[in-house]
Design a protein around this ligand. Structure first.
Ligand code: PLP
Length: 494
């Protein structure tokens, strides 16, 4: 398997793509082609537990890793780190509706599935490409990535990690999770701005020559734990393949039958992984791309015009409050049949004008695969209420956006194939908002009181990683303006 950039001709190994994170031309690394899940392999996968499925899929993409390396990465990531032995259980909630629960890891959101393994993939990659180097992970987070990356990288040898989050754009629980993070190699910093400011700042630092030089002198180099790193995408493909295997195994789907996938989307990483799974042969019909009020993707899928010049909303699903969905670049690359000049030009327009338009041909291909829909906070709240009352399932605010969009899709199109909905966070992570959707009582003051009330109403236990936050010490109090991010990094690494 070889990898290339979305913006120029390059040939890289997977270890190179993972250790660099982002291409020097600003593009993202993509596989040159997609390995197939043959019928024989599919049969084998069905019989394996999650870790076994992960090994088989990873082997297909990381052909420059030895089987032993992959086995060890998978073992470190998924043994003893998740609540269940199965990190991605598929829950049947109604006749055709399945929730793929991706929040049983150490930070209670789906990003653990990738970020528990990325540090191992990354250190293995660096040991091949530049042995002895210390890797500095730079993260811009809308809430969940930051904590998941901190958990994954804390005290991992030969790595440092610096996380920036929008100071006023994450939930109390998310913020507390980050500012209490322990580890000798971690730094956490709030910024005065929104997620896009943080992400733009991080991208600029990656591209800054002076900064690169500063690091090189210390035998350090940057990499990324954001979903722009290909090492995060591969482990996400695994759980869609795994969900399909579970449907087959339980006889809910017959061979050759298709199912739909619905994903609450922000940076487009999670849903892209599902699309990659289909490129490998997983029989997905439609991909339902669910957005909150920041519905730039809904509009794009419906019109072919991507326009981020619009009001930015802070919603109850903060991990989806995004106007520049980085991973869309990868999909565009594939839909343009690898025309990297075209992608470079579209991305340049996005940077300069905040907007680009795709051709009618590309729009048709996009709409063939994707349905775009959105839910406002009010609609998501109602979805939480009715799913809890009617289906006895308590979903978080992000998952609720997907549930609402799924139901709208079925009403609009009549397409009632089985649908796997990504359940991306524990409801306890966003307890006040979730509670207000199922309870008429006045809201408790703080997140913990809300979590307790939620627990007593639902009969679900508060996940222990959240429960124990209450008594943890705040270790990180820094906050900077977005222009000061580079200085913060210099200070941290000095
Ligand atoms: C990150 C996140 C999302 C969005 O996922 P993308 O890969 O950025 O599209 C949705 N829900 C939750 C809970 C998240 O943490």
């Amino acid at each position: 398997m070889r990898y290339t950039s979305t913006r120029s001709a390059q040939v890289l190994t997977s270890a190179e793509a993972i250790s660099r994170g982002i291409a020097a031309d600003g593009g993202l690394f993509v596989p040159e082609n997609f390995p197939a899940v043959s019928p024989v392999l599919a049969e084998e996968l069905v019989s394996l537990p999650y870790a076994g499925r992960a090994e088989k899929i990873l082997e297909k993409y990381l052909t420059d890793f030895s089987a032993e390396e992959i086995r060890s990465c998978v073992k470190n990531a998924y043994t003893g780190t998740f609540e269940n032995e199965e990190p991605a259980p598929l829950r049947k909630v109604s006749d055709k509706m399945y929730l793929l629960e991706l929040w049983h890891g150490p930070t209670c959101a789906f990003k653990d599935l990738a970020l528990q393994i990325l540090p191992h993939l990354l250190t293995a990659s660096v040991s091949k490409t530049s042995p002895g180097k210390t890797i500095v992970i730079l993260v811009a987070t809308s809430g969940d990535t930051g904590k998941a990356a901190l958990e994954g990288f804390a005290d991992v040898k030969d790595t440092r990690i610096v996380v920036f989050f929008p100071r006023d754009g994450v939930s109390d629980m998310q913020k507390l999770q980050m500012v209490t993070q322990t580890g000798k190699n971690v730094a956490v910093c709030g910024i005065e701005g929104n997620f896009d400011d943080a992400q733009t700042g991080v991208k600029a630092i990656f591209a800054d020559r002076a900064m690169r030089k500063f690091l090189a002198e210390k035998n350090m180099d940057f990499s990324s734990a954001n979903s722009i790193n290909f090492g995060r995408l591969v482990p996400q493909i695994v759980y869609y393949v795994s969900a399909w295997c579970d449907l087959l195994k339980r006889g809910e789907l017959r061979k050759g039958e298709t199912f739909n996938v619905c994903v609450p989307t922000g940076n487009f990483g999670n849903i892209l992984a599902a699309w990659y799974a289909r490129r490998m042969g997983v029989p997905v019909g439609k991909f339902l791309c669910a957005s909150n009020a920041n519905k730039v993707l809904t509009d794009f899928i419906r019109t072919g015009v991507y326009d981020k010049n619009r009001e930015f909303y802070t919603t109850t699903s903060p991990s989806m409050d995004i106007l520049v969905s980085s991973n869309l670049e990868r999909l565009l690359y594939h839909l343009h049949d690898g025309d990297f000049n075209m992608i470079a030009s579209l991305m340049d327009q996005l940077k300069k004008e905040g907007k680009f338009v795709v051709s009618p041909r590309v729009l048709a291909a996009l709409q063939q695969d994707f349905y775009g829909g959105f839910a406002t906070d009010e609609e998501a709240k109602k979805a939480i209420g009715r799913t809890f009352r009617e289906k006895k399932y308590l979903c978080d605010t992000h998952t609720a956006v997907a549930v609402d969009v799924y139901e709208k899709y079925v009403r609009e199109t009549g397409d009632d194939r089985p649908c796997v909905i990504a359940s991306t966070a524990s409801p306890f992570k966003f307890a006040p908002a979730v509670l207000s959707a199922i309870d008429d009582c006045p809201l408790p003051e703080d997140g913990f009181a809300a979590a307790e009330r939620l627990s007593s109403l639902s009969g679900m236990k508060i996940p222990s990683p959240l429960e124990t936050l209450r008594t943890k010490k705040v270790l990180h109090k820094d906050s900077v303006r977005k222009e000061e991010m580079a200085d913060f990094i210099r200070r941290t690494l000095a």
